[in-house]
Design a protein around this ligand. Structure first.
Ligand code: SER
Length: 607
């Protein structure tokens, strides 16, 4: 407990009176709704010289990370000194409320305080202020602006590479901190996992029984090999989950009791006639609430369900929500869709993209739901018939019917070891199949995307490859930038291009795309590439395919006279034709759906 400069000796009546008034004040300011908390947070930092920056998308620009996990991500280059905060924000200090997503917490969802999607309140300084101000801001905001008491704080204990953070401890002591714990790297050092970036010791503030605010002092840059390099300009990066703060402020025992969850998500489920309260049922409500909310935000930022990467995360969320809803609780199908609507209502003031995309979000959700519900019903029958379930059977249900194994387990327990070995066995079989398929074909070109077995075929594949780049740019001109590549496959006969887009294209749109491609072919523009570091390539505005993990140096292929003025630019390994004129006329053969929110175009070139 942290108590200002508390006087523990006998108190005069005057002190008692002030304390009483203090308590009244506390009761008045605690129990804030989340809109009020957001506002107070941003006002607090705005009044202290911070520029408020809007949340970035859940889909980061940085291809090395799948989803945005923290507020600092959009500011990475200000910490490293590559970008100038004064130029962009007119201040060295910023604050934001960032949409964030952590897959690492998915299995914890259902307890009191874990979520996949959450809003992160954060203040940042890029060489403006450091430990003293950052800690004092944290202290003042929690105890004064929020009227909450701090349970305890923690600081970095130090290890072989980085000294203990004695300075932070001293600052906390001067503020009257009752309990200052020291922890090692796991708890009090923050940095990127599996990638490179700014990092450093942290101090954490615990409020309402949970870890509330993480204040990171970015003193180092972590390189890919794990080496720490001192940053010339140390910075501050902080993050606090809005939901946890709301839980403390509203005095509820779980985040699901806060205004963000209770009225829009939990109560409508609990009031359903099918609902029978039990510990498992309560947990199911929380999983459904978290997953539906997270899925709504992911779709809102342009993710579509698929079997890879973020698309797979989204699919998994929707499937888990469905199995918890239908299977464990027997709620009818339409319930989830109505929750999606409820989420949008609650959040559209802060995140207007949700309101704008209401119909599209509902569509993607419902399409994925109806596709899954069919297979799922067949799997459910099989499962219900069984008295006991083996790990292999649980794996089959997962493999053939998409049943999330952890949900199956809640319905009928099975042996996890058996499940895991069934899974490993399956992976081995697939790998062997892969070798057989691609070995011994004598392909002269097989990049995974381009396949050709002879010189003749190779020429056609190159024409189609360049045509695919033109097709992508033309699609973006006609449909807008949300038409993002999801995959492509090129054979000597045709190119197949998958892209994210929520509806069928009209015949006019298809015709326009075809005309644009053929116009650019008619201009006989040069097709060239420049090789450069990935970071630099990103700044050229070239399109890249987010599913791929690009190496440090990449080629940017462009169509036009110079890279700056090029009409189409893409990260690409090549090869391509030398000039667009070599392609010949392109014809779009077909436009169709391949999944919820994903369209597929097939196109050919004239012989
Ligand atoms: N980057 C730190 C975190 O994610 C503080 O924002 O916890």
């Amino acid at each position: 407990m942290l108590r200002g400069q508390g006087n523990k000796k006998a108190k005069s009546a005057e002190v008692e009176k002030q304390r009483f008034l203090g308590i009244q004040l506390v009761l008045y300011i605690v129990n804030m709704n989340s809109a009020e908390i957001r506002k107070r947070f941003l006002d607090f930092f705005r009044e202290r010289g911070h520029t408020v920056v809007p949340s970035s998308s859940l889909l980061p620009d940085d291809p090395s990370v799948l989803l945005t996990t923290a507020g600092m991500q959009q500011f990475k280059r200000y910490f490293t000194g590559e970008l100038d905060p004064i130029k962009d924000f007119q201040s060295k200090n910023t604050a934001s409320i960032q949409k964030s997503f952590r897959t690492s917490d998915i299995d914890e969802v259902g307890d009191e305080s874990h979520l996949t999607f959450f809003e992160m309140l954060g203040n940042f300084s890029f060489g403006g202020y450091f430990k003293k101000e950052a800690i004092e801001y944290g202290y003042e905001f929690i105890t004064k602006t929020m009227g909450l008491s701090i349970d305890k704080v923690s600081v970095f204990a130090g290890d072989a590479d980085v000294p203990a953070d004695a300075e932070s401890e001293k600052i906390w002591r001067a503020l009257g901190a009752g309990r200052v714990d020291r922890h090692g790297r796991e708890d009090n050092f923050w940095g990127p996992t599996g990638s490179e970036g700014p990092c450093g010791p942290t101090t954490e503030i615990y409020v309402g029984g949970v870890e509330g605010w993480n204040i990171v002092f970015n003193e180092y840059y972590k390189h890919l090999d794990g080496r720490l390099e001192k940053l010339t300009n140390p910075g501050v990066d902080t993050g606090m989950g809005l939901e946890r703060l709301a839980m403390a402020s509203q005095g509820v025992p779980t985040i699901f009791g806060t205004d963000l969850f209770s009225a829009p998500l939990i109560e409508p489920l609990r009031r359903r006639p099918e609902f029978r309260s039990s510990e498992r049922a309560e947990r199911s409500l929380r999983v459904i609430a978290d997953h539906v909310r997270a899925a709504t935000f992911l779709i809102g930022d342009g993710v579509v369900p698929s079997n890879k990467d973020r698309g797979y995360i989204l699919r998994k969320l929707i499937r888990r929500a469905i199995t918890h809803a239908n299977f464990l609780q027997s709620f009818p199908e339409k319930v989830l869709a109505s929750l999606v609507d409820g989420v949008i209502d609650v959040y559209m003031d802060c995140y207007p993209e949700l309101g704008r995309k209401r119909a599209e979000i509902a569509d993607v959700f419902e399409q994925e739901q109806s596709a899954f519900v069919k297979t799922y019903a067949r799997g459910k029958k099989i499962l219900e018939k069984k008295e006991r379930l083996t790990g292999q059977e649980a794996f089959d249900l997962y493999q053939s019917y998409g049943f999330p194994p952890e949900v199956t387990y809640e319905f009928k327990p099975f042996d996890w070891e058996e499940f895991n070995s069934a899974k490993e066995g399956h992976l081995k079989v697939s790998a062997v199949g892969g070798e057989k398929k691609f070995g011994g074909h004598g392909l002269i070109l097989d990049t995974g995307e381009l396949k050709a077995g002879s010189e003749e075929e190779m020429k056609r594949v190159l024409r189609l490859h360049t045509a695919t780049h033109l097709l992508q740019q033309a699609l973006r001109e006609v449909l807008g930038n949300e038409a993002r590549q999801m995959g492509s496959d090129i054979t000597p006969e045709r190119t197949r291009f998958d892209f994210a887009f929520p509806r069928k294209m009209t015949p006019d749109e298809v015709k326009n795309v075809e005309n644009i491609v053929n116009r650019v072919i008619g201009e006989d523009l040069p097709v060239k590439f420049e090789e450069m570091p990935k970071e630099k390539a990103e700044k050229t505005g070239a399109l890249f395919f987010f599913k791929e993990k690009y190496p440090e140096r990449v080629k940017v292929y462009y169509v036009g006279k110079t890279l700056e003025t090029a009409w189409s630019k893409e990260f690409c390994g090549g090869p391509h034709v030398g000039r667009t004129g070599e392609i010949g006329r392109v014809k779009v053969l077909k436009e169709e759906a391949v999944g919820a929110g994903v369209r597929r175009i097939r196109a050919a070139v004239e012989p």
